[in-house]
Design a protein around this ligand. Structure first.
Ligand code: HEC
Length: 135
């Protein structure tokens, strides 16, 4: 008979192995959370908010695996600042902000994905206006 004890144990082992492999795959690709900093008395941290936003929406084209579209590497504070896209204290002249809210020519590009959430754009704006710190 197919479903005898021996085969059943084998089947259970295979299921376990499958579950373990798929779980580790999920954990491997999980990104750190984006910490909300829009509350009035909060300061936006590069490490806890900005970098996680860039990691989940931008670095696949700007920084990961050596890919640097438009010469931009957004995978660290220093490389982001070197890109000339942050005008400290002035979000209006920072393309890091103007491009994520640009409805005609947004970042990420329309062929890739939807515009980032308005809250994320506001976090970037707040961080720039507060001095674009390495905090
Ligand atoms: C699918 C790939 C892709 C993704 C994802 C992407 N970009 Fe880009 N980005 C490009 C390409 C290609 C260009 C050059 C063409 C252009 O400016 O539209 C570019 C250009 C830019 C520029 C203009 C650079 C300059 O010097 O003028 C900025 C700023 C920028 N990206 C920021 C971002 C940010 C911030 C994100 C995430 C929110 C992002 N990009 C996500 C592909 C991407």
């Amino acid at each position: 008979m197919f479903l005898n004890w021996k085969n059943l144990t084998k089947l259970l082992w295979l299921t376990n192995i499958f579950l373990l492999v798929s779980c580790s795959e999920i954990f491997r690709t999980e990104l750190p959370p984006i910490i909300d900093c829009l509350d009035e008395n909060e300061v936006c941290s590069y490490r806890e908010t900005i970098q996680p936003i860039l990691n989940s929406h931008c670095t696949r084209c700007h920084g990961d695996l050596g890919r640097k579209d438009a010469g931009l590497d957004l995978s660290s504070y220093s490389s982001t600042m070197e890109g000339g896209i942050v005008s400290v204290g002035n979000h209006e002249s920072s393309s890091l902000w103007t491009r994520v809210v640009d409805e005609i020519n947004p970042m990420p590009p329309v062929y890739d994905s939807e515009m980032i959430h308005e809250d994320y754009a506001n976090m970037i704006k707040k961080w720039i206006d507060n001095g674009a710190l390495d905090n």
